[in-house]
Design a protein around this ligand. Structure first.
Ligand SMILES: NC(=O)c1ccc[n+]([C@@H]2O[C@H](COP(=O)([O-])OP(=O)(O)OC[C@H]3O[C@@H](n4cnc5c(N)ncnc54)[C@H](OP(=O)(O)O)[C@@H]3O)[C@@H](O)[C@H]2O)c1
Length: 291
């Protein structure tokens, strides 16, 4: 993995995407919608996996390109399995974008922690279930806050500890980084050409922090990217020729704002033994939820 390389890359630098299929989760608004819009404008067939297909349909009205809108709630393992089971054909690029931040403690229909499942466990199941269809890469959307993350493998799903919304977010985004590391290791070990790539938007002024008591994104406007610029990390990670397990984030101080560049994740995200253990713990967790 290379260290920071500054670019002035914009969405105008996207390659021609005609003939390529991109699946983006949570793409009915926010960074996912911008990413969908730009990839469709570049010619890709973009599949939006969303909780509210009607809302997503309204969001893409009038946008140029081909959009295919399908129901997907990444926090609901039945929905994730239904999406994956109904898929046929190749997926060039899967972008695991859907996410929530610092939400109050809540359990999913499967009895799992809502934030951890939305940000990590659901995308883990989706990715591993779709892997046989993916031809180019998986983009995992993480956060600079993964650097503060601590994962308790004995309590990955927040059953025994007192719940803390921000700590659960930080841990889930560290889990995303470690999932990418282990996925790339497994892909490489089997000789697969598929890449696992990380994207961090920096801090982008979307509605993500609306649940957060600290509302950190919206308080720090002087440090932040507008959503269009935040989405560039996702677009760069999805389309540029970067090595497997590259970490793409803004090139400004702290990785908070700026243009997309190859950066380094936090040290905890580079621990292969932990990445392997987390894979097993997540697979066990998914396995406890009956089909
Ligand atoms: N904005 C930032 O500064 C920032 C920084 C670091 C990382 N990120 C990451 O970037 C990603 C996108 O965030 P954003 O800033 O665009 O936030 P956002 O505007 O709040 O959008 C979040 C998206 O995720 C979707 N979503 C949430 N739960 C879902 C579920 N269970 N199933 C399917 N979709 C679900 C939402 O869909 P609904 O419309 O159905 O709610 C929405 O489309 C997240 O993974 C976030 O953690 C953002």
């Amino acid at each position: 993995m290379t260290s920071c390389t500054t670019t002035s890359w914009t969405a105008n630098d996207l390659p021609e995407m005609t003939g390529r299929t991109v699946v983006i989760t949570g793409a009915g608004r926010g960074l996912g919608l911008i990413t969908a819009r730009e990839l469709a404008r570049a010619g890709a067939r973009v599949v939006l996996g969303v909780r509210d297909p009607g809302k997503a349909r309204r969001a893409v009205v009038g946008l140029p390109g081909t959009f295919d809108i399908r129901p997907l709630d990444v926090s609901d393992l039945t929905s994730v399995r239904a999406f994956a089971d109904s898929w046929s054909g190749d997926i060039d690029i899967l972008v695991n974008n859907a996410g929530v931040m610092d939400i109050p403690a809540a359990r999913t229909a499967d009895g799992l922690d809502l934030q951890t499942t939305t940000n990590h466990t659901g995308p883990f199941l989706l990715t591993t279930s779709l892997l046989g269809h993916i031809t180019d890469r998986v983009v995992h959307v993480t956060s600079e806050l993964h650097k503060q993350g601590r994962i308790d493998l004995a309590d990955l799903d927040w059953r025994t500890r007192k719940h803390n919304g921000m700590r659960a977010y930080q841990a889930s985004k560290l889990a995303v980084v470690l999932f990418s590391l282990e996925l790339q290791r497994r892909l490489t070990a089997t000789g697969s050409p598929v890449r696992s790539v990380l994207a961090s938007p920096g801090i982008a002024r979307t509605t993500l922090a609306s649940h957060s008591r600290s509302n950190v994104i919206n308080r720090l406007t002087f440090l932040t990217n507008d959503p269009e610029r935040g989405a560039l990390s996702l677009l760069y990670a999805a389309t540029q020729d970067v090595p497997g397990n590259s970490y793409i984030g803004p090139d400004g101080p702290g990785g908070f704002r700026g243009s997309p560049a190859v950066r380094r994740p936090g040290k905890a995200g580079l621990d292969p033994a932990m990445a392997g253990r987390l894979w097993e713990a997540t697979a066990d967790l998914v396995g406890t939820v009956a089909r």
